[in-house]
Every structure is written in structure tokens, then in C-alpha cells.
Design a protein. Structure first.
Lengths: 680, 289
């Protein structure tokens, strides 16, 4: 191949040593990155994409072994290089940005030093000169005050700022290749959009080649020229990023694209498409097409014949022998089952009034009010309003979507409604009965009726309890059922969440992420509750799995007339399941309305920013709305004089749609927060 | 049986780690010592307090495998019987420390707030005394005996065990399954012992294995100072103490219990290290040992 490729990976095979047979994480893949272009590598967890990056960077886990293949960087086979030389490539010629910006920065070292260090080490410039260059670079990556950022410690920067600082670290030595491993996955959508914009700009201005690894096809599309789709250790499709959404070749890619929740009117009403099953590790699969067990188009030949990338007239390649035949065939979507769903009742189930939660901690603190530079040390109490004057109702069988970025108070609000934490002010009624009188020890009846599903499937199940113990416990604890009745109920529940009976005896680590989430749902359903708080139930899952869980929750709600508070940072997911949507910003609900009202007529500036940040299925920003909301940390408000005096008024846009506008009242107001009028 | 599901392609290698060398060697060595101590009446060639006045200060030979002491008692037999006392002390003290320390640590770590402060500050006060002084103080006002020594040594280790238990609890209490338990109104006791404890024990077990050897050494020091086991019984520490005047003419009297004590400590350390590797937090997704 020509020398115009900055990276050429040929027939790379990586195996992990296991108990018995070695597990092949990457199987004979070839991948090249033309100089100056950006290549996306997309796949679900377990597809081997991170292993490819590890092999390229020489950062594989000790039990991983490169069995075969060559990796050339700029014409040199780097797998053969001595370790020291290979290390010096990293940082100087290859820049890397990883997923979690906070974990990638050393919390004990000032940001400035972390960025100048590679420059001093690899380029051997003086400290003064390095600092000068870094200041200029920090300006390039979007910091208004580079000097202050250089003096800050990582925890003083927000997630988006940390990621910008990391990008600066990655490109400070002027590398020719930038490897991005899920760089925006840990960020809020509004920040994600900004980081993608930045990367796009840097690519042009610095002439970078990029390898962009992500599970997010939309993000890949905005940044890359070409997309390589990986499945089970192999590349199954290689296409132009601009056409992959409209003309995906491989069935797997079609499935991936179909399972992305869509915001447009038609999309949000339809049921999410899902890819059944999971990335299988079965050794028997080595012979035929690896995607065959999950593929709706599978034929006999798929089972017996290994698939290789076949070029297609469109210019792309895909590893499917039915390529041409399936060209026009779309991923099958289950017929619209949402039609027969019950209309949400008008009867109010949850009624919360003026809920507020203040966390306060007294400690010695760096006072960061003004700017990052000067940091007087002060002892002060810092009451923190996580949730501020929230009133809402949820009807019987109704789904209220709660959307907001991290730190906006969504989770706290959910826990307040469940009385897992005591509210500072406000009251809630459940089915007409006040619950607050019982404080933390809410009575059995309430606990039986109000349950929760968590975000992180690894954390939500006790790793030392078997599935059956996990699901049975709420029944034993909260109902009077006998042990044998409870056992029968466990079987019913597992069936309900579509898990095989044999899973009863399993421990959580023996399940995949989606299966764990199903167990979590079964546990929440165990006592036949009427209200479930779903706290980001799908955000830790792959997009194809996410679809199945959302569909499952939707079906269960229809079957049992469940009411959900569906918390998510992803408006598109919420759009699929919610009847009404509340947008939360800095501890307050800033806009609430029916789904269509919020999506079609967003009124609050923050709602508009949120919508415009979403990358739609075609990979284009969904609208040309303003993206430049003044960026302040999205946390709940601290007690400041200004916050105390902010007067909020609700503007009713329709019977069901309102927006909160805030204004600082005229001098002379005694500072009391004006009472908020809610329509009855 | 079918292949275990849930295996993704990149399943790491640690599913069922083999018993590692350290664990095996440490366990085997300790097992032998414990068995010898348990069966001392059968294994020991002589009763431990039987005097052989004619055979005083015998060097190791065919009859007295480890020689005899100043009263003609068989050193090997005395060491074997002494093992029972020393091992009992080590195990009992550790057991007491864990029995009190773990619940305190769990409670402090899960409750946080004033209860946490109260428990931890009280333990800090305890820790601020030099251990030997504290023990001597207590034992000086009571007539020393084996049970009391074990109790005092055990109490001395309570703060350390409690601190470890607390820090482990802090991280587990932040997990969502604890919230889930609270969402179904579980009692604090249930959450502590059914939800947290099963996840907290690996580091505690590792700590315990090392603590047994600390306790044995501390008990030996106390016996050496005369505050532990009382003659004519003798644990390892007392044997060494009593023989110190004869160290130059018959070193075997001190060496034999000394070597066994070393072996015990080494085997416990190996066992602890092995357990640590086996139960490493990164490997902790396994259902158990």
C-alpha cells in the first residue's frame, strides 16, 4: 500500500489468555488511516474496538497477546520497536484522548504542568517556552483565560473543560495521529456537541489524522470521513461516513442504526428496533458469520461460510454474502405495538408540592467563586440546593420523562419521591395519602408500591447474591407471601423480563449488562408496584440493548398500568417512552409539557440548547438553533444573594405546557422567593 | 452443561484463578503446625513437664530430638505443647478483635454522621496509647492468665480492624444495591450483615490472617516479660524467656520455639499474601473462593 497511510494495520489478531482456550478478541483485521483523514471505529462493548486501540498504542493488558499481524505507523512496524522507542512515539507523534477525562488527569498536579510536561519531555523546550506554547494552545481549544486554567487543579474544571485540557495535552507536541477512545461518552450532550465541534476545527487547523473509537454512530458521522464497523472481533463494514446512515450495507450496521432512538415525529411514536441477543463468545461461531445468530436475514450458508469484506459498488465494503440482495432491505421493526397501549389515566398517583433538598456540609474549602486563579482558603458551610421548589404530578399509568444534565438534581428528585432521602421542604402524596409523615421509614404499603430501577447494572445488584435471592427478597420482605408462593413469583418475574428460568441460580457477574438490567427490573416489579423511578435505566447499555430495555419497560407499563418517572440525560430515549417531559436545569424544572409540546415547541432557552445539541440519526445537528447558552456549571444553585432574590414566574403556554422564567426583581424586594402558582 | 453465557469475546482470564503457590505453601505449612499442636499429646515424645534430671542440657540427639532444658525437660515436647498456647492466643485474640471491630466498623461506615464520629474518635483514643504500655497496665492489675491475655491483645486490635471494616463499608454503601435495599425498607441490621458483609469480607480475611501472626508475636513478648502464660506451662515466648540465661551453652532451648514461631509467622504471611492476590479487588467479581 502507499505511503499515504499514516496507520496500516494488517491481519491483526489479539488473544486473551483464559482458563482453557485463549479468547480471540480481535480476529485478523486490517485497517488503515489515510494521512489527514479521520476514521471511525464503531461497535458494541465486547466488539474488540478497544483492543485494537490497545494494540496500536502498545497498551494492551498483560494477559493479551498479539498473535499475528503488523501495525505500521508512518511506515514503521511499531510492534517490532523496542519498548522505549515505542513509548516515545506516544505523546510526541501519537496523541490520545480517553473516555473519562477526570481519570485521565492526575488530580494532584496542576493542569498547566500536565500539558507542558510532554512538550518538555519530547520536544526538549524550556519551561518558559513550553508555558507560552501551552497558553496559545489552550486558547485554541476554547479557554478564555488560559493562564487561570494552567494554575487550576483538574477537579476545579468541569467535565467538558477537563476534556478540552486533555485534548490540549494530546496535541501539544504536534502529533500526526490523534487516537480518541470514546472521548465524549462520559459527557453531557450539550458538552459533547461542543467537543465534537472543537475536534472538527482542530482537525482542519492542525492537519490531524484521527482514529475515533465510539459506540455512538452519530458522533462518528459528524467527525469522520470513513466508518469501520466492528462486530465480535472482526470488521463487518467499511463505508463512507456520509452515506452509512442512509445506505448501510451490513445487516449489523442496519440494526445499529435502527436501534438509535429518533426524535422526529414519526420516529418518536414508533417502537424502537432492537438487535436480539448479544455479542456471543461461543467458540462454535468461529466458522460462519459471527452475526448470524442475531441476524434476521440469516440463511444456511451464513452458518458454514466465513465472511470476508466484499467491495460494493457504493464504494463501501461489507462482510456479508447477501450484500447486493439486501441492499434495499431495511432492518425489520416489530409492528407498532404502541397503538394498543392504554391511555394514561387522569387520576393522580404522585403529587409532589414544592419539594426541595438542601445538602449542606461544613468544611475547609477553596473559595472558587470568582475566578480560578486566586483561591483563598476559607472555612464555610456550603448549603447546596440540589432540588429547588419542584412541584409535579404523575398520573396513574403515566410516564413522566425527566431530562437534564449531570448535576441538575434529577437523581435527587427521584430519591425524594421514593422517600429514600428526607426532603428539606415540601410534601408528597401517593394516591391521595401523604407519605412524608413517615419520613425515612415509609410504610410497607408505600415501599411495595413505589420502586426503583438503577442506572448502573454492575452496582445495582449485590454481587454475592444469586438472581433468585435478589428477585425474591422484596416479595418476602414486603408481602405476606409464603416462600413457595414467592418462588413461583420469581419464575413469573423472570419470564416477564424475558430471562430464562435457568438464570435463577446465577450470580450477577455471570450476566451481561442488559440481562443484569432485566434482573433489576424484575426486582422492581416483584411486589406489583404502581410507580417506578427509572433512574437512567439504559444509559449504561449499548444502543442495541438499550432499545430492548426501553421496549420492555414500555410493554410492562402497558400491561400493569405502571407509572414511571423516567430519568435520562438523553432526550431521544425519553421521547420514546414518556407521555410528558420535564426539563430540569440547576435543581429546578425549567419547562414541562407533553412530549410533543416539548419537542416541537421548546420554549425555555435551555430546552432549545438541549435539542440543538442532539445529533440526529442522520448525524446532523437536528436544527440550527442557538448552541451558545452561556455555560455555567449545571449544578444546583448555591445560596447566593442573587439566587435568593431570583423571582421565578411560570408562563403557561398551553393547558399542559409551562416554562419557568427567572428574573432578578427590582431593588426593594425583600428577597423572599415569590410563590409559584401552579394551575390546578 | 452449556457454555457459561455472559462471556463476551474479550472475557478476561481471571474467572477461576488457580490456587496460587503462596496460598498453597502457606496453607500447608500452617496446617502442619496446627495439626502438630492439636495432636501434641500423641506426637510429643514426652510429657512437657516431665523432668529428666539426669539429662539436663542435652544437645539434640536421637532420644531428645531438640535437646533438653535446664531441668531436663524435652524441648521438642514443650515446644509442641507451647504451640497450642501460642496458636490459641493468636487465633482467639484475632477472633475477639474481629468480633468487636467488624460490627463497629460496619456501623460507623454505614451510618456516617455522629455515630461514625463517636465510634471512630473513641477508637482513636484507644489507638493513641502505646500498645505494650496499655497491656501491661491492664495485666498488672489482674492476675495474668491465658484467657485474659487473649482478651487484652484482642481488644488492642479492635481499632485497626474497625477502621478497615469502616473503609470497606464506605465504598460498598455507595453502591446502588444498598439503595435498592433501602427502597424496600430493609432494616439496618439486614443491610449491614446481608448486603454489605458478604462483599466486605475478602479484605477482612486477608487482614485477619496477618493479624494472627501479630497477635502471636505480641503474646510472645508478653510471656517473655512474664505477663502471659505462667510456669510451669510455657508458650513459645516464655520458653525463650526462660532459656535466655543458657543461650550460650545450649542455644537449642531458645532456637526450637523460635524457629517454629518464625515458620508460623512466615506461613501466615504467605497465606495472607496469597489470599490478597486471590481476592484482589480487581478479581472480586467471583462468587467466592
Amino acid at each position: 500500500m502507499g505511503a499515504d497511510n499514516i496507520v496500516e494495520i494488517e491481519n491483526l489478531t489479539v488473544e486473551f489468555a483464559g482458563d482453557g482456550a485463549a479468547v480471540r478478541a480481535v480476529d485478523t483485521i486490517s485497517l488503515s488511516i489515510p494521512r489527514g483523514s479521520a476514521v471511525g471505529l464503531v461497535g458494541e462493548s465486547g466488539s474488540g474496538k478497544s483492543t485494537v486501540v490497545g494494540a496500536l498504542l502498545g497498551l494492551l493488558a498483560p494477559q493479551a497477546l498479539v498473535v499475528a499481524g503488523t501495525i505500521r505507523f508512518d511506515g514503521i512496524n511499531i510492534a517490532r520497536l523496542p519498548k522505549a522507542q515505542r513509548r516515545s512515539l506516544l505523546g510526541s507523534r501519537i496523541g490520545t484522548v480517553f473516555q473519562d477525562p477526570f481519570a485521565s488527569l492526575n488530580p494532584a498536579i496542576r493542569v498547566g504542568r500536565q500539558i507542558t510536561e510532554p512538550l518538555i519531555r519530547h520536544r526538549r523546550v524550556s519551561r518558559m517556552e513550553a508555558a507560552k506554547q501551552v497558553r496559545a494552545l489552550l486558547h485554541d481549544v476554547g479557554f478564555a483565560d488560559p493562564a487561570a486554567v494552567m494554575h487550576a487543579y483538574p477537579h476545579q474544571l468541569s467535565g467538558g473543560m477537563q476534556q478540552r485540557a486533555l485534548i490540549a495535552t494530546a496535541i501539544v507536541c504536534g502529533p500526526s495521529l490523534l487516537v480518541l477512545d470514546e472521548p465524549t461518552t462520559a459527557l453531557d450532550v450539550t458538552i459533547e456537541a461542543q467537543i465534537l465541534d472543537l475536534l472538527k476545527a482542530l482537525r482542519r487547523s492542525h492537519g490531524l489524522s484521527m482514529l475515533f473509537v465510539s459506540h455512538n454512530l452519530g458522533a462518528v458521522k459528524t467527525l469522520c470521513d470513513r466508518v469501520d464497523v466492528m462486530y465480535a472481533g472482526q470488521i463487518v463494514e467499511r463505508s463512507d461516513a456520509r452515506t452509512i446512515f442512509s445506505a448501510a450495507l451490513h445487516p449489523y450496521t442496519k440494526g445499529l442504526i435502527a436501534s438509535i432512538p429518533r426524535l422526529d415525529r414519526a420516529g418518536r411514536r414508533s417502537r424502537l428496533a432492537a438487535i436480539p441477543g448479544k455479542v456471543g463468545g461461543s467458540a462454535a461461531r468461529l466458522l460462519g458469520c459471527r452475526f448470524e445468530p442475531r441476524c434476521p436475514f440469516a440463511a444456511d450458508r451464513c452458518r458454514t461460510e466465513p465472511q470476508r469484506l466484499i467491495p460494493h459498488v457504493s464504494g463501501g465494503e461489507a462482510a456479508c454474502w447477501r450484500l447486493d440482495e439486501l441492499r434495499e432491505t431495511a432492518w425489520p421493526v416489530a409492528t407498532n405495538q404502541r397503538a394498543n397501549r392504554r391511555e394514561a389515566g387522569t387520576e393522580v398517583l404522585i403529587d409532589a408540592e414544592h419539594l426541595g433538598k438542601i445538602f449542606s456540609s461544613a468544611r475547609l474549602r477553596l473559595n472558587l467563586d470568582r475566578r480560578i486563579g486566586a483561591v483563598p482558603l476559607r472555612w464555610h458551610r456550603s448549603p447546596f440546593r440540589a432540588v429547588d421548589d419542584v412541584s409535579l404530578t404523575i398520573g396513574r399509568g403515566e410516564v413522566l420523562g425527566l431530562v437534564g444534565e449531570s448535576g441538575s438534581g434529577k437523581t435527587t428528585l427521584g430519591r425524594l419521591l421514593l422517600h429514600l432521602i428526607p426532603a428539606t421542604v415540601g410534601s408528597t402524596r401517593f394516591d391521595g395519602e401523604p407519605v412524608d409523615a413517615f419520613d425515612r421509614r415509609a410504610p410497607r404499603a408505600f415501599r411495595r408500591n413505589a420502586q426503583i430501577v438503577f442506572q448502573n447494572p454492575d452496582s445495582s445488584l449485590n454481587p454475592r447474591h444469586r438472581v433468585e435471592e435478589i428477585v425474591r427478597r422484596p416479595i418476602v420482605r414486603l408481602t405476606d407471601a409464603s416462600m413457595s408462593t414467592a418462588d413461583r413469583r420469581v419464575d413469573e418475574l423472570l419470564e416477564l423480563v424475558q430471562l430464562p428460568h435457568a438464570y435463577r441460580r446465577r450470580y450477577p457477574h455471570e450476566l451481561s449488562g442488559g440481562e443484569k438490567q432485566r434482573v433489576g427490573i424484575a426486582r422492581a416489579l416483584a411486589t406489583n408496584p404502581r410507580f417506578i423511578v427509572c433512574d437512567e435505566p439504559v444509559s449504561a447499555l449499548d444502543v442495541s440493548v438499550q432499545a430492548t430495555i426501553v421496549n420492555l419497560l414500555d410493554d410492562l407499563r402497558a400491561e400493569f398500568e405502571l407509572a414511571y418517572l423516567f430519568i435520562s440525560h438523553n432526550l431521544a430515549v425519553v421521547a420514546h417512552i414518556a407521555d410528558r417531559i420535564a426539563i430540569m436545569y440547576r435543581g429546578r424544572i425549567c419547562e414541562m409539557g407533553t412530549r410533543d409540546e416539548i419537542l416541537d415547541r421548546p420554549s425555555h432557552p435551555y430546552t432549545r440548547t438541549l435539542l440543538s445539541s442532539l445529533v440526529d440519526v442522520a448525524g446532523n445537528p437536528s436544527s440550527a438553533l442557538d448552541r451558545s447558552l452561556p455555560r455555567t456549571p449545571p449544578c444546583g444553585s448555591n445560596f447566593t444573594a442573587a439566587a435568593e432574590q431570583t423571582e421565578t414566574t411560570l408562563t403557561w403556554l398551553s393547558d399542559t405546557h409551562w416554562m419557568r422564567s427567572e428574573s432578578v426583581p427590582d431593588a426593594g424586594n425583600d428577597g423572599a422567593i415569590a410563590p409559584i402558582r401552579h394551575k390546578s | 452443561m452449556a457454555l457459561p453465557l455472559g462471556n463476551t469475546v474479550a472475557q478476561p482470564a481471571w474467572r477461576r484463578p488457580a490456587l496460587r503457590g503462596k496460598l498453597l505453601v502457606g496453607g500447608a505449612l500452617l496446617g502442619i503446625i496446627v495439626l502438630l499442636a492439636l495432636f501434641a499429646p500423641i506426637v510429643a515424645p514426652f510429657p512437657p513437664e516431665e523432668l529428666h534430671v539426669a539429662d539436663r542440657f542435652q544437645a539434640p540427639n536421637a532420644i531428645y530430638l531438640a535437646g533438653t532444658d535446664e531441668l531436663g525437660r524435652d524441648v521438642l515436647s514443650r515446644t509442641l505443647y507451647g504451640s497450642r498456647l501460642s496458636l490459641f492466643l493468636g487465633l482467639a485474640a484475632t477472633f475477639i478483635a474481629m468480633l468487636i471491630g467488624i460490627p463497629l466498623g460496619l456501623l460507623a461506615g454505614y451510618s456516617r454522621g455522629w455515630l461514625d464520629e463517636l465510634i471512630m474518635r473513641l477508637l482513636d483514643v484507644m489507638m493513641s496509647f502505646p500498645p505494650i504500655i496499655l497491656i501491661l497496665l491492664v495485666l498488672a492489675v489482674m492476675t495474668p492468665n491465658l484467657a485474659k491475655t487473649a482478651l487484652v491483645v484482642g481488644l488492642l486490635y479492635v481499632p485497626a480492624v474497625a477502621r478497615l471494616a469502616r473503609s470497606v463499608t464506605l465504598s460498598i454503601a455507595a453502591e446502588d444495591f444498598i439503595q435498592a435495599a433501602r427502597a424496600r425498607g430493609e432494616s439496618r441490621l439486614y443491610i449491614l450483615f446481608r448486603e454489605i458483609m458478604p462483599n466486605a469480607w475478602p479484605p477482612l480475611v486477608v487482614d485477619a490472617s496477618l493479624r494472627v501472626s501479630f497477635a502471636i508475636l505480641l503474646a510472645a513478648v508478653l510471656s517473655f516479660l512474664g505477663f502471659g502464660v505462667q510456669p510451669p506451662q510455657a508458650d513459645w515466648g516464655l520458653m525463650i524467656s526462660q532459656s535466655r540465661s543458657f543461650l550460650q551453652i545450649s542455644p537449642w532451648i531458645a532456637l526450637t520455639p523460635g524457629i517454629v514461631m518464625c515458620l508460623t509467622v512466615v506461613s501466615l504471611s504467605l497465606l495472607g499474601d496469597g489470599l490478597r492476590e486471590h481476592l484482589d479487588p480487581r478479581l472480586r467479581h467471583g462468587p467466592g473462593l
